[in-house]
Design a binder for this molecule. Structure first.
Ligand code: F0G
Length: 385
C-alpha cells in the first residue's frame, strides 16, 4: 500500500478521519531523527542525550507537509476546490506544492509585507499558487485570510484547522519510533502560532490513553525574543490553562498593550515572527498536560545555534534553531539536566533562508584578497567561531 510509505499515513490507524481512498499524500514525513553529539556538547547535554528531528526533509522543506497532507485529505472529503492560508512562508510553500502535485485545489496565499524569505516565496510562485501580499504583518494577514475564506467559502489550511494538527502529531510518532518507543525527557520546539506544541501534547496524551506509552515528556517551547507573546503570558504573567477557565483578560490586556505601543513582532527568525499565536489556548492546555516551560531567545543566540547545527551536519532555518538555542539556555538554568534525553525539532530546511546564513558567515573574521582571480573571485578564509 503506497500509504505505508508516507511518514504520516503509515500511522493512519491513529488518524481515523478519512477512508483510505480519500487520503492525499505526496510522500511527506520521510524524515530523520538523528543523534547529535556535537550539538549536544554545545548545549551542555551529555553525549548521546540529544536527538534532532529533522523535518527539513519533507517535500516542501518543512514540517508543514505533515499537517498539509491531513488538511488536504479533509478538504477533499468536504469537496473543497480552493484552499487558502496566511503564511510567514512555509505554510504557503506547503499549500502550493500540495495544490500543484495533486491538482485537487487552487491555492490562495496571503503574505504580510514584512519579512518572507525568497526561498519560501519562490516555492509559492513556482508551484503556481495565487500569492497576495497585504499591507501589515503575519498577524494582519491571518486575520484577513480568515475573513476572506469565511466569506468566500475557501478551505483554510492555517493551523486553526484541527486536521493540520492531526497530521503534525505524526512528527512525534516518528520520534518515538526512532527512540524505540522510549519517551524522552524533553521535547523542545520553536513556538510561532503554537500549532506544533498543541499537536505534540495531543499526540502524547492519546498514546498514553491507548496504553502505547506510559508517560508524557516535558515540553519546552522557544519563542524568538522579538516575538515572545507566549513567553510573556505564560512565564511572566502566569497565564495558565486552569481546566479551560484560563484568564482571557490577561490575553486581551497583553494584545491591547501591543497595539497601544504599536509593537510589531520583529525577529530574524521570520517563520516565527508572530505576536498573536492563534493556538494560544490549545498551547496552554499542552503546557498543562506536559508540564511545559516557555523561553525566549535573542536572534544572536538563534543564529549561533543554527551554525552549530550546520557544523554538526544538519542544515536548518533560523526559526528551527530557536529550539537548540532555547535548550542551551535551559541547561544553563539547570531546568534541563545534562543527563536528560532531549529531542529538538528542526522545523525547516537550511535552504529556506540562505541570505541569513551567508550574512552570518560573512561576519566571521575573514580576509579578502580581491587581487586574486581576475574575474572577481575572492579568497575568503573563515576563522573558527
Ligand atoms: N518553524 C518553522 C520553520 C515555521 O515555519 C513555523 C511556522 C514554526 C516553526 C512555528 O510553528 O506555528 O506550529 O508554532 N510557520 C508558519 C507559516 C506560521 O506560515 O509558515 P507553530
Amino acid at each position: 500500500n503506497p500509504l505505508d510509505f508516507s511518514g504520516v499515513w503509515r500511522f493512519r490507524e491513529l488518524l481515523p478521519f478519512a477512508p483510505d481512498d480519500a487520503i492525499v499524500s505526496i510522500g511527506e514525513g520521510q524524515t530523520l531523527c538523528q543523534r547529535a553529539d556535537a550539538v549536544a556538547a554545545y548545549t551542555g547535554l551529555n553525549a548521546g542525550r540529544l536527538f534532532l528531528q529533522y523535518e527539513g526533509m519533507n517535500p516542501s522543506g518543512s514540517f508543514k507537509d505533515n499537517g498539509m497532507s491531513a488538511a488536504f485529505t479533509h478538504a477533499r472529503v468536504t469537496g473543497a476546490t480552493r484552499a487558502a492560508c496566511a503564511s510567514t512562508g512555509n505554510t504557503s510553500a506547503s499549500l502550493a506544492i500540495y495544490c500543484a502535485a495533486t491538482q485537487l485545489m487552487r491555492g490562495v496565499i496571503f503574505i504580510g509585507s514584512g519579512k518572507i524569505s525568497y526561498g519560501k516565496l519562490s516555492q509559492a510562485l513556482e508551484h503556481g499558487a495565487l500569492t497576495v501580499q497585504i499591507e501589515g504583518d503575519f498577524d494582519d494577514a491571518l486575520r484577513r485570510v480568515q475573513e476572506v475564506s469565511r466569506q468566500l467559502g475557501i478551505y483554510l489550511v492555517n493551523s486553526v484547522n484541527p486536521f493540520r494538527l492531526e497530521g503534525q502529531k505524526t512528527i512525534m510518532f516518528r520520534v518515538l519510533e526512532a527512540l524505540n518507543w522510549e519517551v524522552p525527557d524533553w521535547i523542545v520546539v520553536p513556538g510561532g502560532n503554537l500549532g506544533n506544541v498543541s499537536s505534540f501534547a495531543k499526540a502524547f496524551s492519546e498514546l498514553v490513553d491507548l496504553g502505547l506509552i506510559s508517560r508524557v515528556p516535558r515540553l519546552a517551547v522557544i519563542n524568538a525574543g522579538g516575538a515572545d507573546t507566549f513567553y510573556q503570558l505564560y512565564e511572566k504573567n502566569g497565564l495558565r490553562w486552569n481546566g479551560g477557565q484560563f484568564d482571557q483578560s490577561k490575553i486581551d490586556g497583553y494584545y491591547a498593550a501591543l497595539d497601544a505601543n504599536n509593537r510589531k513582532a520583529d525577529t530574524l527568525a521570520s517563520a516565527i515572527e508572530i505576536n498573536r499565536p492563534v493556538n494560544l489556548p490549545k498551547a496552554l492546555r499542552a503546557m498543562d498536560r506536559c508540564n511545559g516551560v516557555v523561553r525566549a531567545v535573542p536572534d544572536t543566540d538563534i543564529l549561533d545555534a543554527k551554525a552549530k547545527i550546520g557544523a554538526g551536519g544538519l542544515g536548518c532555518e533560523p526559526a528551527s534553531a530557536a529550539s537548540v538555542a532555547g535548550l542551551r539556555q535551559l541547561v544553563q538554568e539547570k531546568v534541563i539536566s545534562p543527563s536528560d534525553s532531549v529531542v529538538c525539532v528542526l522545523t525547516g530546511h537550511v535552504l529556506k533562508d540562505s541570505d541569513e546564513t551567508v550574512a552570518y558567515h560573512s561576519a566571521d573574521k575573514a580576509t579578502f584578497d580581491a587581487k586574486l582571480g581576475k574575474r572577481g573571485v575572492k579568497q575568503v578564509a573563515f576563522a573558527n567561531r
